[in-house]
Design a protein around this ligand. Structure first.
Ligand code: CDP
Ligand code: MG
Length: 735
């Protein structure tokens, strides 16, 4: 029993300090979510992976995901991969035998729905077949959309390699703020949002011969809008080919939507997957993940592991924990390669997950939902599924959008499990009970269009000349209130007039590939003569909370470094400060290292800033600097974000309009200060509704920037009048 030799008991490192606790609570709050319900004692044989008594998680084998292949002796994936040439791999994909049939179907029908198991070759092969077949003659292009940036980049890189061309030549990708295409690029992988923006410059997509809407089952907001627009374009461009590719989910609905377009099925090829559940709910899924990975590693035959977590912070934490324990176990266990994958991971790091595992070692890929259907990693035999994903939700009543960790759907859980059966019979370990699966998971994920704010999309549709949004051809319509609120907000931002028509300012806002509030902030920087600073703030805000870096063994140093950037006024100015100092250092990576700042995030911010700067002329904003007068910067930010305001009341912060209780995120520079009025960039719900990136404002500014939205009366200071209580008392006394 090699397992017995393993010592996994953690030394207690003393009670964590208050600061540490707050941090953990905000950062990992979601990790302590759990499926509350108890297992209704399944009768199935018990399956247990033993490491150490205090630290094992008991799983029970419950069901099996049926496979199409017999589970007999498959080649080990690494051997298979190393032996075969890239062309042989292409020929081995499930789609390959259907190449001719598929091309014939495409030739015969304008719209074709293509259904196939993840990994069958839809994304990488079909555009190549079309290329080989001559669909890109006369300079015509093929577009293939992806809901995720990482997928667009990685798939394009793979296809370029298969075709033996340089990425950015014949094959390229285009994602927001990053364009890796050229005049020569005929196969264009792009995010669905980018194709949507193509409509602005080319409303009939005249330069495209084929549009493939890929990963359609994900039902991302932009994909859903594309459906409506493309269906319309297809009517007056009969030569345009439309392909809708999807994992094996929901294809009948797509067919119905596209006037009963035929469905082409690529038969599956998957080995059976045994599914295990935990016996009891796990309190902390992150910890449980780490323990389970090690359990699998020491007790299970060779094969790589895929773990599904919800986001970058969690993934980094899990990878750190895993590496830490492996280091401590040293030579007691075989080598375990720990590889993260999430949207902001730089591409060289992303590429590592596709490299074959060295003999004798095992690879564990810790991924977001991206690995559910958009990316296929060879060699995965074990899937570890805590059952959560990060999901946007939107409350049209309060106008609050938040990103929360929620249980994933059954459809999602089964897609995840399926990832284990691609190269051999696999196993999927679910970190929740069979009871929870049955009773607590929704059947499918609600389409994004029904749980997000629509400001962006409405602005885009308006600029495409689509006025009657209520009658737009939606696959699933958004809630009426959400649409209405989007119109109201755009009106408040000055993008629409009272008739709902696009204003000059609205037209400019649509030119900028950012949220309406952010575009408004950029436009307002003209008035406050601080566009230089505002561009920096906008760029820093769009790199997504990953500026500071906080290694576990240098927490104190990292926190000090962060505090050194604090400026009175709030987090937006802190971001500005970090960027300015970095620019003064000559954009140095050494400077980043010394100040616990993530170099790659900064580099990205610089790219984004350059791109936004290039767009300024188009929206008629001149370059200007506030020369240290930060009030102007703060006012310009307020001009865009006056919707996101909160004030301090006796019972903490409340949003100004809706009176919702909210909290300052503990790593905000204003956490200790608690200013009376503030504005926030976004809300994130973990243990509480946290405001991330907060700025101190004055209530009078709200009247200055949005007189049509705020009335002086509602901005009066509640602390100044103690009336209501006294009146209450008097009444009581009067009896
Ligand atoms: O789109 P679909 O899920 O049907 O499959 P695909 O993404 O075209 O993947 C086909 C094959 O290409 C899989 O076997 C992947 O392992 C491989 N692939 C890869 O090696 N590297 C990538 N970046 C993408 C795909
Ligand atoms: Mg695909």
């Amino acid at each position: 029993q090699p397992a017995r030799a393993v010592d996994l008991v953690e030394e207690e490192s003393g009670a964590p300090g208050e600061e540490q606790r707050r941090w953990e609570e905000a950062r990992l709050g979601a990790a302590s979510l759990k499926f509350g319900a108890r297992d209704a004692a399944s009768q199935e044989p018990k399956y247990q992976l033993v490491l150490e008594e205090e630290e094992t998680i008991e799983f029970v084998r419950a069901t099996q995901l049926q496979g199409d292949e017999e589970p007999s002796a498959p080649p080990t994936p690494t051997q298979a991969q190393q032996k075969e040439s890239i062309q042989a791999v292409r020929r081995s994909l499930p789609v390959f035998p259907f190449r001719e049939e598929l091309l014939a179907a495409i030739a015969n029908h304008q719209v074709l729905i293509i259904e196939g198991e993840t990994g069958s070759g839809k994304t990488t092969q079909i555009p190549q077949y079309l290329f080989e077949e001559g669909y890109t003659k006369k300079g015509m292009k093929i577009a293939c959309t992806q809901p995720r940036r990482v997928a667009a980049m990685s798939v394009a890189a793979r296809v370029a390699r298969e075709m033996g061309v340089k990425l950015g030549n014949e094959v390229g990708y285009s994602i927001r703020f990053e364009d890796c295409t050229s005049e020569r690029t005929v196969l264009r992988y792009m995010t669905d949002g980018m194709l949507l923006r193509e409509f602005l410059s080319e409303p009939d997509l005249a330069s495209y011969s084929v549009v493939m809407v890929d990963e359609a089952h994900e039902r991302s907001l932009h994909t859903d809008i594309l459906f409506g627009l493309i269906k319309d374009v297809a009517r007056f461009r009969p030569e345009l080919k439309v392909l809708v590719a999807s994992a094996t989910l929901d294809t009948a609905r797509f067919s119905t939507f596209f006037d009963d377009a035929p469905v082409f099925r690529i038969p599956g090829r998957r080995f059976p997957v045994d599914i295990f559940y935990t016996k009891a709910p796990e309190a902390d899924y992150l910890e449980a993940c780490v323990v389970s990975v090690l359990q699998i590693h020491v007790t299970q035959p060779p094969g790589d592991i895929l773990v599904f977590l919800t986001g970058q912070e969690e993934i980094e934490a899990a990878c750190e924990m895993l590496q830490d324990r492996c280091r401590r176990l040293g030579s007691k266990i075989r080598e375990l390669l720990v590889l993260p994958i999430y949207a902001n991971l730089p591409s060289d790091m992303q590429a590592r997950i596709f490299q074959p595992t060295p003999p004798g070692a095992r690879k564990v890929v810790v991924a977001t939902n991206i690995a559910e259907t958009s990316l296929t990693i060879e060699g995965i035999i074990y899937v570890l599924d805590p059952g959560f994903c990060k999901q946007k939700s939107y409350n049209p009543r309060t106008g609050m959008e938040s990103l929360t960790v929620t249980p994933c759907s059954k459809a999602s859980a089964n897609q995840r499990a399926g990832r284990a059966g691609r190269v051999a019979a696999g196993k999927c370990f679910r970190l929740y009970t069979a009871w929870a699966y049955q009773h607590e998971l929704e059947e499918t994920t609600v389409p994004e269009i029904q749980r997000t704010s629509l400001g962006n999309v409405v602005l885009l549709l308006k600029s495409l000349g689509i006025h009657d949004l209520m009658h737009f051809d939606f696959l699933d319509p958004p809630p009426y209130e959400t649409l209405l609120l989007a119109l109201e907000q755009l009106y408040a931002l000055g993008a629409l007039n009272h008739l709902g028509e696009l204003t000059t300012s609205g037209r400019k806002m649509a030119e900028l590939p950012v949220d309406p509030m952010l575009s408004k902030m950029i436009l307002a920087s003209e008035k406050y003569s601080c566009s230089e600073e505002i561009l920096t703030v906008a760029a820093m805000l769009s790199v997504n909370n990953s500026i500071f870096y906080r290694p576990k063994d240098k927490v104190v140093h990292a926190d000090n470094a962060r505090v050194n950037f604090f400026l009175p006024g709030g987090d937006h100015l802190v971001l500005l400060n970090v960027y300015t100092q970095w620019a003064e250092s000559g954009y140095s990576s050494q400077w980043c290292y010394e100040n616990f700042v993530q170099f790659r995030s900064m580099r990205r911010a610089r790219d984004v800033r350059e791109q936004l700067e290039g767009l300024l002329e188009r929206v008629e904003v001149g370059l200007s600097s506030c020369q240290g007068d930060y009030i102007r910067v703060r006012k310009a930010i307020t001009a865009g974000y006056f919707y996101h305001t909160a004030r301090l009341t006796r019972s903490g912060y409340r949003t100004v309009k809706q009176q919702q209780t909210v909290f300052i995120h503990p790593n905000s520079s204003l956490f200790e200060e608690q200013p009376r009025w503030l504005l926030y960039h976004e809300l994130v719900l973990t243990t509480k509704e946290f405001m991330r990136q907060v700025l101190e404002i004055e209530s009078s500014w709200l009247l200055e920037v949005a007189p049509h939205y705020y009335k002086a009366k509602e901005l009066e200071d509640p602390h100044a009048k103690k009336m209501p209580k006294k009146i209450g008392k008097t009444r009581e006394e009067l009896g």
